[in-house]
Design a protein around this ligand. Structure first.
Ligand code: UDP
Length: 473
């Protein structure tokens, strides 16, 4: 990344990083830690015992320190030893799990008291309680949701305009216009319950409200994006909302894949498809949390089989419904992987020409950076908004066809096979492929020395030092 001159003051910067215990939240903060370390900052990362090995593996060979705090015990519904949302028996336990983290506050503060010269902390927005600890120690806190500027801005816009509660919008699948962004149309079903309800209530709503208020009161918001990708939305956040939003990404470009002596079997399989058969491959993965029904998985299997394309499917939590018999049937052109993979490495492989994805924001960014067009199939959280962005705003992907045309509709094999073929072989696929190449180039430029995200990180460090020096005047 070129010369690392330190006019911004990285070498006198000590950053405390506390990721939330979900892979999709932890990974970008580890990538940001790599970036800060490379620029010369000191980094201390907080985690829990069961999450430590993943974090240690990521930062091994760097000067990052790791502090382990015990995860709270005897939480109703949370089995002993579960310290990450990907191990929760059901995502319906998210609120008790996330709320339990508050019990870590005394140990967090004891550990903070032992640290020297902390300049600022970056903690996940779901750890809103860390704002109070930060204030006690006089440390500025920056938060991150790990969302795009687009979904953050659209969420804010629908709340402030109360457009979700318009009585003229009768059906949850009816498109309506956003007052702040009149060219964007969404449906109520683009938002999870209870946020799409007329009178949102309940534990998830209360939890999110508390985190949003804490974020509003902290020193800054880190957005894993780059200005050129979504200037209207980043400008909106900085014009309409507190705190200031800093676009420092795509953070997936900040960490190089670790080279291993032996290629994993799925990479060898990709090599073979490319070198011996000259075939393109569709990568299929739905992130670390999505749980699909047996019926939906049945349609995916038939759809992939009938599409005729080569595919590499990382099944994650859904492996139990993907039988070895299916693997046997498709073995000439399909590979099912049950292990944790290096997704960035797969996306960068020359044979991979499409990504069937739930559009978690990290997956979207990784696909853009690898210049791979996306077939978007949103499942939960802000994924429906990410798919709107991918398909309608930045035009780097297509949407999977649901049987009733709705955002959350069931996907039958015919709709899947048709859209897979369109992405891999059709005219619409060609158009989004051209666009993703362009965006992939601008993502790389943003992260290079002198690029927009590079400059934003410099300004952030300068801003924090200036802020802290005022405290002593
Ligand atoms: N990931 C990975 N290997 C796997 C599964 C997931 O490296 O086997 C990574 C993926 O590259 C991404 C993250 O896990 O960085 C998932 O984040 P995303 O926002 O895409 O989805 P989530 O899991 O939060 O739904």
């Amino acid at each position: 990344m070129g010369s690392l001159a330190d006019s911004a003051g990285f070498s006198s910067t000590h950053v405390v990083v506390f990721p939330f215990m979900s892979k999709g939240h932890t990974i970008p903060l580890l990538q940001l830690s790599h970036l800060l370390l490379r620029r010369g900052a000191t980094v201390t990362i907080f985690t829990t015992p069961a999450n430590r090995p993943f974090i240690s593996a990521s930062v091994s060979g760097t000067t990052a320190s790791i502090i382990t705090l015990p995860f709270p015990k005897n939480i109703d519904g949370i089995p002993e030893g579960v310290e990450n949302t990907d191990k929760l028996p059901s995502m319906s336990l998210f609120v008790p799990f996330a709320t339990a983290t508050k019990l870590m506050k005394p140990q967090f503060e004891n550990a903070l008291a032992t640290l020297q010269n902390v300049t600022f902390m970056i903690t996940d927005a779901f750890l809103g309680w860390t704002l109070d600890s930060a204030s006690k120690f006089g440390i500025p806190r920056l938060a991150t949701y790990g969302f795009s500027g687009f979904s953050t801005a659209v969420n804010r816009s629908v709340i402030m305009s109360r457009v979700l509660f318009d009585p003229n919008v009768v059906s949850d699948d009816e498109l309506f216009q956003l007052p702040d962004f009149p060219w964007i149309k969404v449906t109520r079903n683009d938002f999870d319950s209870p946020f799409m309800d007329r009178e949102p209530t309940g534990p998830l709503f209360e939890f999110v409200k508390e985190q949003v208020i804490a974020t509003g009161n902290c020193h800054g918001l880190i957005v894993n994006s780059f200005y050129e990708l979504e200037p209207k939305f980043i400008d909106y956040l900085n014009r309409e909302c507190k705190p200031k939003a800093w676009s420092l990404g795509p953070l997936c470009l900040a960490e190089q894949s670790k080279s291993t002596s032996e290629k994993p079997p799925w990479v060898k399989w990709l090599d073979d498809k490319l070198e011996n058969e000259g075939r393109s491959v569709l990568y299929v993965a739905f992130g670390s949390q999505v749980e699909l029904s047996a019926e939906q998985l049945h349609e995916i299997k038939i759809g992939l089989e009938k599409s005729g394309v080569c595919f590499l499917w990382v099944v994650g939590k859904n492996g139990k419904y993907v039988e070895t018999e299916f693997e046997g049937r498709v073995k000439d052109r399909g590979l099912v992987v049950r292990e944790w993979v290096d997704q960035k490495e797969i996306l960068k492989h020359e044979s991979v020409k499409g990504f069937l994805s739930h559009c978690g924001w990290n997956s979207v960014l990784e696909s853009l950076c690898a210049k791979v067009p996306i077939l978007g199939w949103p499942m939960m959280a802000e994924q429906p908004l990410n798919v709107r962005m991918v398909v309608e705003e930045i035009k780097v992907g297509l949407r999977v066809e649901t049987c009733d045309g709705t955002v959350r509709g069931f996907v039958k094999w015919e709709g899947l096979a048709k859209t897979v073929r369109e992405l891999m072989e059709g005219e619409m696929g060609k158009a989004v492929r051209r666009k993703v190449e362009e965006i992939g180039d601008s993502a790389a430029k943003a992260m290079e020395e002198g690029g927009s995200s590079w400059r934003a990180l410099n300004r952030l460090i300068e801003d924090i030092h200036a802020f802290r020096s005022k405290e002593f005047v």
